[in-house]
Design a protein around this ligand. Structure first.
Ligand code: FES
Ligand SMILES: [Fe+2]
Length: 434
């Protein structure tokens, strides 16, 4: 059978269903995209002390993010050089002073260098010597971090992390700048959800401003009713009702929410929720911010218009609520999502609690929001696996966006500029070097 040419799948205003369903295309995505580009590994605060580790997957590769004795954070392959056994079996923990393999006790320093092996004499005269790189744990080709967020790339060459992030680095600036100390720390547990759909559904959906008032209508309308009732009875309803009632925003209002579509598929959905209520908690927090940064900087930091920032093709950072969703694709029709949240260092507990409300309302097993999205994406995957049609339409507002210096600004919030921009980036990756 002839290999699928990705160029036959992407047209400026529509995309072939095989981009979402083909095993062959998925394998190429792993190779050409996920095992090459900068992938988010975790936050430095997940590995505070030497020996602390966190395991993750980059493409198909099992990796360990670990803090060394020299305090440096490294990313190593989770594989013993002896016979291949994974060295860390848990998602996180502390290995102590070194990694010890559970099979034959080869041990490794925290930087991956071989420490010792039992019965070393047995190797005398063989080509397995200490100076052989095959004796040591292999490291990711490149590791870098930005404001405490650690990334690794398995490719020795390519754009730097700063080049890869480009303008989308505002995701981390916006999150950290909201802390009076300029830093965040991870809450060390996350929601893990396996989506029964291709990873692209999630990435498109994050910036799909048309879907909330349809998909989340029942939630938005019910929350609006209760919010009004509480406000009438007590003068004001807690902010978390607004998180849900905002989904009931009518179509024409969504059209007023702009999307910014950067090169490499990254983008921003601008803000649509009011997150600066004048309640005592917010006032106390803003006072701390003004003390730390002065009035002008505080205004600059708290008034950026961001709902969330997408770092294509796998990260969605909701900086105003300190939340980050990271995709780890498993197959064309299965995607693991990890949803993390963060504390603003030096901010009052109440500010953390209100982001925790959002985190759980939107992502927890009891959510009334993500559950409806997940159902759409599964049904989308089933539809695209059918022979009921070959093309996915991205025609909405086609030709009516504004592009300046490689960045496309939608003139209508519901423009499918987002998907068009993502697929442009996708095709660049998939045909790189071809
Ligand atoms: S497989 Fe690790 S020591 Fe043998
Ligand atoms: Fe949604």
């Amino acid at each position: 059978m002839q290999a699928i040419d990705p160029r036959t799948l992407v047209e400026p205003d529509r995309v072939h269903r095989l981009a979402y369903t083909s095993e062959e295309i998925f394998e190429r995505e792993i190779e050409q995209i996920f095992e090459k580009i900068w992938i988010y590994c975790g936050h430095e605060s997940q590995v505070r002390k030497p020996g602390d580790y966190h395991t993750l997957t980059i493409g198909r590769q099992p990796m360990i993010m670990v803090r060394g004795r020299d305090n440096k954070v490294r990313v190593l392959y989770n594989r013993c050089p002896h016979r291949g056994v994974q060295l860390c079996g848990n998602t996180r923990g502390n290995v102590g002073g070194n990694f010890v393999c559970s099979y034959h006790a080869w041990s490794f320093h925290l930087d991956g260098q071989l420490e010792s092996m039992p019965l070393m004499k047995g190797y005398e005269g063989t080509r397995l010597t200490r100076d052989n790189p095959d004796c040591h744990m292999k490291a990711a080709a490149r590791v870098d971090s930005y404001r405490g967020f650690v990334f690794a790339s398995l490719a020795p060459t390519g754009p730097t992390l700063a080049e890869f992030l480009g303008d989308a680095k505002v995701a981390f600036d916006d999150m950290c700048d909201r802390s009076p100390e300029g830093e965040v720390e991870v809450v060390p547990v996350c929601h893990r959800v396996v989506q029964h759909s291709n990873w692209k559904f999630f990435m498109e959906n994050q910036m799909d401003a048309l879907h909330p008032s349809v998909t989340h209508q029942s939630t938005g309308v019910a929350a609006t009713r209760v919010e009004k009732k509480i406000a009438a009875a007590s003068g004001h309803a807690p902010l978390y009702y607004h998180y849900l009632s905002a989904f009931a925003t009518p179509f024409d209002k969504w059209d007023g929410v702009q999307t910014v579509n950067y090169p490499r598929g990254h983008g921003i959905l601008k803000a649509y929720m009011g997150l600066r209520p004048q309640d005592p908690d917010t006032k106390a927090y803003e006072k701390l911010m003004v003390k730390a940064y002065g009035h002008d900087k505080t205004e600059e930091f708290l008034s950026r218009s961001i709902h969330h920032v997408l770092i294509y093709p796998y990260l969605s950072v909701q900086s105003p609520l300190q939340q980050l969703r990271c995709l780890r694709p498993i197959s064309p029709s299965e995607t693991l999502s990890e949803i993390w949240h963060f504390r603003l260092k030096g901010a009052p507990e109440a500010i953390y609690r209100r982001s925790l409300w959002y985190y759980n309302l939107v992502n927890s097993p009891a959510t009334m929001v993500n559950a409806d999205d997940l159902e759409n994406w599964s049904k989308g995957q089933w539809g695209l696996q059918s022979r009921g049609g070959d093309w996915v339409s991205f025609h909405r507002e086609f030709g009516r966006d504004t592009t300046e210096n490689g960045t496309t600004y939608s003139n209508k919030g519901t423009s499918e500029a987002v998907m068009r921009s993502q697929f442009k980036a996708w095709l660049d990756y998939m045909t790189e070097g071809a």
